[in-house]
Design a binder for this molecule. Structure first.
Ligand code: PEP
Ligand code: MG
Length: 542
């Protein structure tokens, strides 16, 4: 039995089998070889393995996202057979007498650079694909083929770290819990775990060589513990806790259909945050009044190329239609920082959280923005859709956004494509936006306060840095004063204001937020009914 502690990002208990997900982080070494044929045969075997993996991925993707999006895996299969690419690897092994993985890695880099420098957009986008297939070959050569999660039973995922793009690719039905060595409580991986309602522990000092796939484990998000190979007694206790939790959740279900109203009649909207169309089920299950934040960038993660307008349109349409007239606030692309996507070719930055991200990308690369806006406007006729823009710091940015929106509207008008102009709001998540919120309020229909980034930028604490978790204090007076200021400015201009950062779900602050006059709290679906319960117990006269 091995008992370890970590930081819980979602409270809950599970008992299940472990799957260890290891990533290839070993550097590829250049090794002088003598047996060329042996290296060529290793390369061929790795290539066959890669073809098999890609075929599987293609079949899975066809079922889940359709043929057009799955086609990328066919492209990869073809690239693996490309003569120029393969000849270059063979030639390097022969002439330089080096190991196959080194020859693949170097050739992959050379080809990828060559594609990246081409004029043609399509060819440029292939740079990431060559990198991808080269990495796949290297992984297979180093005996670290990917873990096939498609065939696994619901399991506890144990890993060194998980990026948001890895997390979104996982089949949520198959994950009982996450346990990672690294990660910060405010990262998007943690947010995803909360959204998925699954216990998650981060910062667990595990030696992954000691933990094996197939082990039993208990993950207890209440006391922040994971117990590998638990005793019979601990399993029984865990099962009891799971039953208790189940009962509490059932009790909360009695609040479905009830109003979010204090004992003295103050009402507040409680909406849910989602990251994918698949999350709507949780929204409905938990009786949220709407969707206060659809992080649309998750549609862009964990894939090989930009989602086309049609694909985005279908996703937005499905969300607004399923919500049947309830408010759905879709945030435009907030990529960058910890949400990295290879095909954006964002490049390495020293300070990605303060870098080229979110609305900055949209304003600098308007084609990407226009595609999303077209999809959003077209989806607007199917329900109650609002658009929200992230990372705003100035009035000029909002004006520039509106100019792009006007352009897109004119384009749709010319093509006689129907749309209904949605409400447009902005995230208040930079101190600059707080300080000019009086001016911004005149320009927009609503505000939603992003306390995750607002805390990061106000306290100068990188939300990704696990060593700073103790310094990341969203209860800081400065943050609460800022929220109050934003609420006052919004109301003065007759606009409504919500909170969609994680702080909105903090039950210690619910009463304070209601007293401040916050109009909406948008939280992980699993928190909606807990928040409703808290609101219904508040009495202003106390
Ligand atoms: C926030 O910053 O509070 C927010 C809601 O956005 P995200 O967590 O996606 O950055
Ligand atoms: Mg943010």
């Amino acid at each position: 039995m091995l008992r370890l502690s970590g930081k819980a990002v979602y409270k809950g208990v599970v008992l299940g089998k472990v799957v260890v997900v290891k990533k290839n982080e070993q550097p590829v070494k250049r090794i002088k070889i003598t047996d060329i044929d042996a290296q060529i045969s290793r390369l061929e075997k790795a290539g066959e393995e890669a073809q098999k993996q890609l075929r599987k991925l293609y079949n899975k993707a066809v079922k889940e996202v359709g043929e057009t999006s799955a086609a990328i895996f066919e492209v990869h299969q073809m690239m693996l057979e490309d003569e120029d690419y393969m000849d270059a690897i063979h030639s390097m092994i022969r002439t330089e007498m080096v190991n196959a993985e080194y020859a693949v890695a170097v050739t992959g880099d050379n080809f990828s650079e060559m594609f990246a420098s081409m004029d043609d957009d399509y060819m440029r986008a292939r740079a990431a694909d060559v990198k991808d297939i080269s990495n796949r070959l290297v992984q297979n050569l180093m005996g670290q083929g990917e873990v096939d999660l498609s065939a696994m039973e619901p399991s506890i995922i144990v890993a060194e770290d998980l990026s948001p793009s890895e997390t979104v690719q996982m089949d949520k039905e198959k994950i009982l819990a996450f346990v990672t060595v690294h990660g910060s409580t405010n990262s998007h991986t943690a947010i995803l775990a909360r959204m998925m309602n699954i216990p998650a522990l981060i910062g667990v000092p595990m030696d992954l060589d000691e933990i094996h796939t197939g082990m039993n484990a208990v993950v207890d998000g209440f006391c922040g513990e994971v117990i590998f190979e638990p005793s019979e007694e601990i399993c029984v206790q865990a099962e009891e806790k799971m039953r208790d939790e189940e009962e509490k959740l059932l009790l909360l279900q009695t609040l479905r259909g009830k109003e979010n109203v204090t004992l003295d009649g103050h009402k507040i909207n409680i909406y849910a945050n989602i990251g994918s169309v698949g999350d709507i089920g949780y929204v409905l299950e938990n009786d949220a009044g709407g969707i206060g934040l659809f992080r649309s960038e998750f549609l862009y993660l964990g894939r090989e190329d930009f989602p086309a307008e049609e694909e985005q349109f279908a996703a937005y349409k499905q969300v607004v239609q399923t919500m049947a007239g309830k408010k759905v606030i879709i945030r435009t692309l907030d990529i960058g920082a910890d949400k990295q996507v290879d095909y954006f070719n964002l490049g390495k930055e020293d300070n990605p959280a303060m870098g080229y991200r979110a609305i900055r990308i949209c304003l600098k690369q308007p084609d990407i923005f226009r595609t999303q806006l077209r999809a959003l406007l077209r989806a607007s006729v199917f329900g109650n859709l609002s658009i929200m823009y992230p990372m705003i710091t100035s009035v000029e940015e909002v004006r520039k956004i509106y100019a792009v929106v006007e352009d897109v509207k004119a384009e749709l008008d010319r093509a006689q494509v129907p749309y209904r102009m949605p409400e447009q709001g902005i995230m208040i998540e930079t101190p600059a936006a707080v300080m000019i919120s009086d001016e911004l309020a005149e320009l927009v229909d609503f505000f939603s306060i992003g306390t995750n980034d607002l805390t990061q930028y106000t306290l100068a604490v990188d939300r990704q840095n696990e060593r700073l978790d103790d310094f990341y204090n969203p209860h800081h007076k400065a943050i609460l004063k800022m929220i109050r200021m934003v609420v006052d400015h919004a109301h003065k201009a007759g606009k409504w204001v919500g909170i969609c950062g994680e702080l909105g779900a903090d039950l210690e602050l619910t009463e304070e937020f209601v007293r401040m006059g916050v109009d909406e709290l948008s939280v992980a679906p699993s928190m909606v009914l807990k928040l409703r319960k808290a609101v219904r117990e508040i009495s202003f006269s106390d």
